[in-house]
Design a protein around this ligand. Structure first.
Ligand SMILES: NC(=O)c1ccc[n+]([C@@H]2O[C@H](COP(=O)([O-])OP(=O)(O)OC[C@H]3O[C@@H](n4cnc5c(N)ncnc54)[C@H](O)[C@@H]3O)[C@@H](O)[C@H]2O)c1
Ligand SMILES: CC(C)=CCC[C@@H](C)[C@H]1CC[C@H]2C3=C(CC[C@]12C)[C@@]1(C)CC[C@H](O)[C@@](C)(C(=O)O)[C@@H]1CC3
Length: 349
């Protein structure tokens, strides 16, 4: 099954967080399929002749109501940066903000709400191998981003009703052109000489999901929600279906960026404990100074444990299957880095 083009301008959709990494790719795809697209975001990061931009804060319901007249479907992919370390902002945006989104959807008669959730809502730092959607929410999430994503998903799925069909898509480790988190952070750490080490034995397998596959899943789910009401109220893992050794993937990115692959092993639990001490220090100084460490128990756990998921539910219930394979996805991502364009252009099929 593929996503369908529609009669141009027959459906109005709203992408909350549409100026972000996932949001902008989603907006561009929706426009190409003929949707009338509105973007609601704190900021405007690009121009598009077919898009109407509304700047506002989703924590202010009045801002949201201004852009939701006659909207058929809302895609909610706004979040504070997952690597920021501000519990108040996460609670305000991911929880209170999502309550505003739901209230506004009900007030304006929106039919469908697709939430970009996260596979990590079931992750508390222990190994997850081929985890499916029956796994319970993490009882002790490792950071407040994950904690608020859990609360957000629960709010959206419990709001599913006759008038508003809701669905939560759980991508994992999204990467691709214009990614503001993974590649830039990797490059920054490498430039600072902090990528010489492998945390743990380097045998942990994880899922990384190319942005085109995430966008494809969002459009497919939106188009299926009305025909298949049984998928509403559910969460679905969305990955590339190609789990890879975390350190092999990172090495591919690093070598593609012109850096050496990590080669010295550091004991996982030693680094995890170090990260724990860093977090205690960050908490102690937080009244005086906000520090956003990359070394956290969450990032160390992600680097040192298995975390890959089954997409069988999305495959069987709304025919999801990745449209871009991992190998091609890595090349396209590296090719998208301006200074690397020529080097990788010839490799892309
Ligand atoms: N990047 C990943 O690896 C990944 C993986 C799984 C799930 N997700 C989820 O995907 C979604 C999109 O993530 P992304 O990587 O595109 O993030 P991003 O930071 O690139 O984009 C988020 C957007 O939300 C906007 N935003 C933040 N607070 C807002 C507010 N109060 N009002 C209005 N807009 C606001 C930001 O301005 C930004 O444009 C998020 O829900 C995230 O949890 C991301
Ligand atoms: C060489 C090295 C170690 C580089 C560092 C790579 C670092 C930056 C990189 C490696 C793994 C990657 C990662 C995320 C951010 C960047 C980071 C941590 C986040 C947290 C974003 C939010 C998503 O919701 C969530 C939770 C998901 O998809 O479940 C992911 C999980 C995977």
């Amino acid at each position: 099954m593929s996503v369908k083009a529609i009669k141009p301008d027959s459906k109005i959709v709203l992408v909350i967080g549409g100026s972000g990494f996932v949001g902008r790719h989603l907006v561009e795809k929706l426009c190409s399929l003929g949707y009338t697209v509105r973007v609601f975001d704190l900021r405007t990061t690009f121009e598009h002749e077919k898009v109407t931009f509304y700047n506002g804060d989703l924590c202010n319901k009045q801002d949201l109501l201004k852009c939701m007249d006659n909207v058929d479907t809302v895609f909610h992919c706004a979040t504070p940066s997952p690597l920021s370390n501000n519990k108040k902002v996460f609670l305000r945006v991911n929880v209170d903000g999502t309550k505003n989104v739901l209230d506004a959807c009900f007030e304006k008669g929106v039919k469908n709400l697709i939430l970009t959730s996260s596979a990590s809502v079931v992750y508390s730092g222990s190994n997850i191998e081929h985890g499916d959607e029956t796994l319970p929410y993490a009882k002790r999430p490792l950071d407040c981003y994950t904690q608020t994503k859990i609360q957000q998903e629960k709010l959206v799925l419990s709001a599913n009703s006759e008038s508003l069909k809701t669905i939560a898509l759980r991508p994992h480790g999204i990467f691709g052109p214009r990614d503001p988190h993974m590649l830039p952070t990797t490059a920054r750490l490498a430039a600072a000489g902090k990528t010489k080490f492998i945390i743990g034995k380097g045998i942990n397998k994880v899922d990384f999901t190319y942005i085109d596959n995430v966008v494809y899943a969002h459009v497919l789910a939106a188009q299926q929600l009305q025909q298949k009401p049984e998928i509403a109220g559910n969460a679905y893992n969305i990955t590339n279906n190609e789990p890879i050794l975390f350190w092999e993937f990172m090495s591919r990115l690093l070598k593609g960026l012109g850096y050496a692959a990590p080669k010295y092993h550091l004991p996982y639990y030693f680094i995890y404990f170090l990260a724990f001490l860093v977090q205690i220090f960050v908490f102690i100084v937080s009244p005086f100074k906000t520090i956003r460490p990359t070394l956290t128990t969450m990032t160390v756990a992600l680097a040192g444990t298995h975390h890959y998921y089954s997409c069988e539910k999305a495959a069987s219930e709304f025919n999801y299957s990745p449209v871009v394979k991992l190998e091609d996805a890595i090349e396209r991502t590296l090719q998208s880095v301006p200074e690397l364009h020529n080097k990788h252009a010839k490799k892309v099929k």
